[in-house]
Design a protein around this ligand. Structure first.
Ligand code: TXE
Length: 499
């Protein structure tokens, strides 16, 4: 029932108790506070005070980087506890949570090692009497709002660059999956982060999220979540013109040409969409397959999809897990029903598994809908579940046009053995990440984010750090003289000020 404020765990002032239950079997995990606006305001004021004190912002960047490297080591040390907590909150397989923890440590290491690089530059003034330099400063107080599908991974993409840049922050994990972000607060303290720099409030969007995105003492909001919520976040931040970075998911095309390596393409097509039961912002939910390949490809996909083994976090036999909640499963099922009503053909799946052992979880069968067209809601909207839609094309231009026919633009892939075609398609896709003959790999050193309504700004890479920095131009006149722009200048003076 506690929140992390001013370097301590404190009781929430407002709100009620929320019981976190594992979505795979309903087992009790922990109780947390669904805190309220007064708690969010208290956390913001702690972050503001620490930022004003310059206790972190004025630390040499190399020291800030060294702390991030220590955080990475501590996550490695505590990987078992972190992975267990992440699996219990999300219901994902333990092995997947372990992969996530390795990626999280890598993110802290990446930004830790970047310390001291590119922190400014000298600009040519074109004048012998003036020096000019560009410097970077932290933005200030950041509100970091994260979702439930990759709770600590999404947090690390925000926390690591925010801290390297010298900011203070308040983080709000999803109300469904707070555990590992709470653990991170203790890890940051153990690594030596001064009190008040990192603050955490648990609770809902309405309870605490709205305060975080509208409070005048917050300078930046970095949000990962759904499109509808992202629009509200942007609107709430507008009143005080906060910096806003948004990652809002996608409807990601996976284009398969008939000349692709068949086994590679089919294997990746399965992983693209069914990894973590489709609860991945970059999931390859739209298969766009060349017409001549369609029948064989979809038949084989359906065969393999129908044999995917579902199970809980600690079931060694399981290949993928549960959806996050009953409400989410209903949403996924509604998109499948709407697709069928609009003319799509159900090839496999389309329901919860019948076995009794799944009765207490929110499992949903890997599902394939064939014969899909551009206007179906299951094509235009993110269902965020294990649902693959199939569309066909005849020409390269048609494949590109179908793939770009979306309001989103997060990620996409192309499978072909023709490297020229692969490069042409990659260039034409209006998506922030494009994979060629692969799906899902990402690198902490490579920017991640979306075109269109998949969001704005970038996470990871150098741009991911730039989000958390203000840029300042310092102009120094080293031979100052009066400019005599206005009246009263000594007779005969012609000096004027620059623009
Ligand atoms: O997300 P929300 P939900 C998509 C996916 C999913 C849909 C809805 O399609 O089906 O979003 O999921 C906080 N002000 N993604 O409802 O609401 C909330 O408490 C401030 C894609 O779970 O976006 C949580 O911490 N914050 C995605 C976070 O926003 C608010 C990952 C995300 O929740 C708020 C997850 C408010 N008014 C879902 N309302 C991705 N891009 O990877 C809610 N929140």
């Amino acid at each position: 029932m506690q929140l992390f404020i001013e370097g301590e765990w404190v009781d929430a002032l407002d709100g009620v108790v929320r019981k976190i239950r594992c979505p795979a079997d309903g087992s009790f995990v922990r109780s947390v506070a669904d805190a309220g606006p007064r708690d969010a305001a208290r956390a913001i004021s702690s972050a503001r005070a620490s930022f004003a004190s310059r206790v972190w912002a004025d630390r040499p960047e190399r020291e800030r980087g060294a702390l991030l490297l220590r955080v990475a080591d501590l996550i490695d040390r505590d990987v078992a506890a972190y992975s267990m907590a992440e699996s219990l909150d999300t219901g994902k397989r333990l092995v997947e949570a372990e992969y996530d923890m390795a990626d999280i440590a890598a993110c802290f290491r990446y930004y830790g090692a970047m310390a001291g690089e590119g922190i400014g530059r000298v600009v040519d003034t074109g004048r012998p009497d003036a020096l000019s330099r560009i410097t970077v400063s932290p933005v200030g107080v950041c509100a970091l709002i994260t979702p439930w599908n990759y709770p600590l991974l999404q947090a690390s993409w925000k926390v690591a660059p925010a801290l390297l840049a010298g900011n203070s922050f308040v983080i709000k994990p999803s109300e469904l999956t707070p555990s590992t972000t709470m653990m991170l607060m203790d890890t940051l303290s153990e690594a030596g982060l001064p009190a008040g720099v990192a603050n955490l409030v648990t609770g809902t969007g309405a309870g605490v999220g709205a305060t975080l995105t509208s409070h005048p003492d917050v300078d930046l909001v970095s949000f990962t979540g759904g499109l509808t919520t992202g629009r509200s976040v942007m609107a709430a931040a507008a009143a005080t013109v906060k910096r806003v970075a948004l990652e809002l998911g996608g409807k990601n095309p996976n284009i398969v040409f008939a000349d692709s390596d068949y086994e590679t393409a089919i294997d990746h097509a399965l992983t693209a969409v069914f990894l973590h039961s489709g609860q991945v912002c970059s999931a390859g939910t739209r298969l766009i397959v060349e017409e001549s390949l369609h029948d064989r490809f979809v038949a084989d996909l359906a065969d393999r999809a129908s044999r995917i083994r579902l199970g809980g976090p600690f079931d060694d036999n399981a290949e993928t897990g549960t959806l996050i909640s009953g409400a989410h499963r209903e949403k996924v099922a509604a998109y499948v029903a709407a697709g069928i009503a609009e003319g799509a053909v159900l090839v496999t799946g389309g329901s919860a598994p019948a076995e009794e052992r799944f009765a207490d979880g929110f499992f949903y069968l890997p599902t394939i809908l064939d014969g899909c067209t551009a206007t179906m809601s299951v094509i235009t909207d993110e269902s965020f579940g294990p649902v693959l839609t199939v569309e066909t094309f005849r020409t390269e231009a048609e494949a590109i046009s179908i793939a770009n026919d979306t309001i989103y633009g997060l990620a996409g892939a192309v499978f072909t053995t023709d490297s020229g075609k692969a490069q042409r398609v990659a260039e034409a896709l209006r998506h922030g990440t494009v994979w060629i003959n692969d799906y899902h790999p990402y690198l902490p050193q490579a920017e991640w984010g979306g075109f269109g309504q998949s969001g704005n700004g970038r996470e990871l890479g150098q741009a991911g750090l730039a989000e958390y920095r203000e840029i300042k131009h310092v102009f120094h006149n080293i031979d100052p003289k009066p400019p005599h722009w206005f009246g009263g200048s000594p007779a005969g003076s012609t000096d004027v000020a620059g623009g």
